[in-house]
Design a protein around this ligand. Structure first.
Ligand SMILES: Cc1cc2nc3c(=O)[nH]c(=O)nc-3n(C[C@H](O)[C@H](O)[C@H](O)COP(=O)(O)OP(=O)(O)OC[C@H]3O[C@@H](n4cnc5c(N)ncnc54)[C@H](O)[C@@H]3O)c2cc1C
Length: 398
């Protein structure tokens, strides 16, 4: 296999490296899956039918498990994920175990999620291929409660006790991560709960990031105010003597954000254009690099230009690819051409590996399917790369 030169741009078109972990059979499966996903109509019809079928107990779990679930998830439990973790590790790509059960809103489910997150941190202690732990705050407390805190509305004494339990869970996860020396990412959510999440994240960073960046908050650069938040958090951290951990993403809830703002008559928090988002994103990468000794950051993106920009800027500033304060990250089953080619060139790469019972991770899978429906967009790119690799393997056999 061709070994990439560490001092040049990374070639994201090298499909031999990108798909080294996929057998011919797996590649064929991925090909049919992306072809199917590219059919917008199929996804539109398929989503409600699948939900309905699962709800009434039709035996379609097996089909889902062998197709879309296998492409985008590691397994139903941490143990189940071992095979996928090892496959990524062969290409020097690390895993970020992401317990992806969504939509449960009971104290029991929050406690179960909490226990599962602690198990994942424990597992990370024994597995060198896990780079971060991660959690979604509304997996640990009611969405409406976060909304109320966000609006600064007074809580009843029951609600206050409930919110204290959420804070205790989050603090325990950050503390366990700190003690295990595993960095922890706090996912970002909808803007109408995000201020309350940011406040908690800032407290956690102040508490656990004294020696190095350990807790990472997420900054969604599709919001026009988030580069400013990143800068303000950094200034505060400088004053208080702690490090900033930042996961830099564009943001996953654009449509719903815009619709809600329109419906409720407030200005949209989202940048007016894709170009504006791209600029904010790239500027935040530069800002983090300008303070690379104080900010640990992760570029969570499937965008090739932004990934290239980060490589280029690191080279320009003579920052080693192995610098542990800089990570690239993608989602399992997507943009392997970025993950594996970056890792082969020596950069730190993490892959979010969602896991959990099939039915419980369906909302996550539907989001991935919907996000991939545009043939001109990511799916077109994924399909093109898979076809290229299929051809390459066929020619190599001759
Ligand atoms: C490892 C990882 C972790 C992630 N964690 C989170 C998280 O915690 N919270 C979260 O919200 N998302 C998260 N995401 C998803 C992320 O925010 C993006 O939705 C997704 O990665 C697509 O953006 P991109 O940079 O990969 O690619 P691109 O295809 O270049 O960008 C698409 C994104 O650009 C923005 N955009 C598109 N059109 C417009 C427009 N007309 N105007 C303004 N902006 C526009 C949107 O944010 C859209 O999702 C994560 C993604 C990854 C890879």
């Amino acid at each position: 296999m061709e070994v990439p030169n560490k001092n040049t741009q990374v070639n994201f078109d090298n499909t031999e490296i990108a798909f080294q972990h996929k057998s011919n059979k797996d590649l064929e499966k991925a090909y049919w899956l992306f072809k199917m996903v590219a059919s917008n109509a199929l996804i539109k019809i398929g989503t409600p039918i699948t939900t309905f079928s699962l709800n009434i107990g039709l035996p379609i779990q097996g089909i889902i498990k062998n197709t879309i679930y296998k492409q985008f998830c590691g397994g139903e439990s941490i143990e189940d994920c071992r095979k996928s973790i090892d496959e990524l590790a062969v290409g020097n790509v690390t895993t970020i175990l992401d317990y992806s059960v969504e939509g449960e809103e009971t104290e029991q489910s929050f406690d179960e999620t909490f226990q599962e997150l602690l198990r994942a941190i424990d597992f990370a202690k024994t597995n060198p291929h896990i780079s971060f732990s991660v959690f979604k705050p509304t997996g640990l407390g009611r969405f409406d409660l976060f909304t109320k805190v966000n609006e600064d509305k007074p809580l009843t004494s029951d609600e206050q006790a409930e919110f204290d339990r959420v804070l205790t869970r989050i603090d325990a996860i950050c503390k366990a991560s700190y003690e295990a020396d595993i960095r922890v990412l706090i996912d970002a959510e909808h803007s109408w709960v995000q201020d309350s999440i940011d406040d908690i994240a800032r407290d956690m960073m102040q508490k656990y990031n004294k020696e190095k960046p350990l807790v990472y908050n997420t900054y969604q650069l599709y919001r026009h105010d988030k580069l400013a938040s990143l800068k303000a958090d950094f200034a505060f951290a400088e004053l208080q003597g702690f490090h900033i951990g930042a996961k830099i993403v564009r943001g996953a809830y654009m449509e719903i954000e815009r619709e809600r703002a329109k419906e409720m008559g407030y200005p949209s928090p989202i940048n007016p254009t894709k170009e504006a988002t791209d600029k904010e994103y790239d500027d935040s990468i530069r800002f983090c690099l300008d303070h690379a000794d104080k900010i640990g950051f992760m570029a969570g993106t499937h965008n090739e230009e932004s990934s290239n920009l980060l490589v280029h800027e690191m080279q320009k500033r003579q920052i080693s690819p192995e610098n542990k304060n800089i990570f690239f990250a993608q989602l399992l089953g997507m943009s392997d051409n970025l993950s594996f080619n970056l890792a082969a060139a020596g950069y730190n790469v993490g892959k979010y590996m969602p896991y959990g019972p099939v039915k419980a991770v369906m909302p996550y899978l539907f989001r991935r399917a919907q996000e991939n429906t545009s043939v001109g967009g990511q799916t077109g790119r994924e399909l093109g790369l898979i076809i290229k690799e299929k051809k390459r393997r066929k020619a190599a056999k001759k």
